[in-house]
Design a protein around this ligand. Sequence first.
Ligand code: GDP
Ligand code: IMO
Ligand code: MG
Length: 423
Amino acid sequence: MNIVVGGAQWGDEGKGKLIDILSEKTDITARYQGGNNAGHTVVVGDKKYVFHLIPSAILRKEKICVIGNGVVIDPKALLVELEELREQKISVSSKRLKIAANAHVILPYHRILDGLRESKRKNKIGTTGRGIGPCYADKVTRCGIRMIDLLNPKVLKAKLEDNLREKNEIFRKVYGQKSFPFGDIYKEYLDYGKKLRSYICDTALFLNKAIDEKKTVLFEGAQGTFLDIDFGTYPFVTSSNSIAGGVSAGTGVAPTKIDQMISAVKAYTTRVGEGPFPTEFSTHLKDDIRTKGKEFGATTGRPRRCGWFDSILVRYAVMVNGTTELAIMKLDVLDELKKIKVCVGYRYKGKIIKDFPLDLEVLQNVKPIYKELDGWQKPISGIRKFEKLPKNAKKYIDFLEKILETRIKYISIGSKRDEIIIR
Ligand code: GDP
Ligand code: IMO
Ligand code: MG
């Protein structure tokens, strides 16, 4: 089975934990989009690891990890991540990590532009400031620099000169900033090329050969459906296709070779950065759930905005991802609540809306319609069988399954590897 795991909300659903668990039974894990804007947490024993570019299966020593062509790579950040793994005595040889030669590279001017563009915007997006948007923009405008270019001094020189000519004018004339000197970046990036050379290859070829040899691949999505460049709450989104449809373009593995799509969702909703969020808490629950769920960004440390589960969003996510199974994460965070609400519709100008509205103006002004359920008010992290869950926790899961018309196969009840119920 080749399986996609993606987020069905605004990211941070717990994809890292799920990938770590599922990768026990698959051979290869491949990232297909995003970059080091992602922060995927894996907790093993009392150790916590946060991965930004390296797939979350890397802790399993016999597994292979791939950074696909759809990912934008900041080589500096990647080398830091590799070094951190080395310090933890986790060796990452070129047998274990493959980086797409045709993946695009984040350069210092992308990071700076990300911040400058954000500073000029009236309506801020709240980007992670990692240079993701400007790098994808260069890819699409056909002036991007790819990983393979770092291995060819002549090509890198020509492309970098071209880019700096244009970017430096923008820096000076639009933003009143200093120019970037060619020499420093050229030297720095040639050096990254040398350090990463052994990992760089044609990952589409590698993945397809492996699939032909009956190896199984897990595709690790970053961000979530409502941060997707096409289906998210545009412009408050990231710059790539995080939905399952992004897998083929981001790895070169055709849709006909993908068997399953698992969407991860939190038992409630969170969002980092700006943008509409109809079910956001306005009461003390805002702080209670943030504290209990440790809702602070794994990449930027920003406090995450928290709210009730929104079935209108997730139903739409199930549709655009073709979700075959759902994983409900962080159910334990709701343990203490007396009453739990689920958004089952939106009210807008006297009308009831049941489908996610693409018009942001509408989404920003809807009033959620809630179904209220009783809480279970018992700790559930020690439970390993669905039948053993408190009656009201089972009712909550059953209700979500019914309203989302999708099987909930995984229920996560703690951050650790074994804190999961598989049905
Ligand atoms: P990702 O970006 O989707 O991989 O998610 P993050 O790692 O950014 O955020 C999820 C957070 O929730 C991490 O701190 C995880 O360790 C934690 N987590 C994952 N599953 C559970 C769970 O079932 N219960 C609790 N309490 N924490 C969880
Ligand atoms: P994971 O993979 C949550 C958000 C940012 C911002 C918007 C655009 O850990 O779920 P960008 O830097 O991509 O241009 O920022 O997207 N964002 C995320 N929010 N989880 C993520 O990744 C995110 N990656 C980007 O906060 O609102
Ligand atoms: Mg995250």
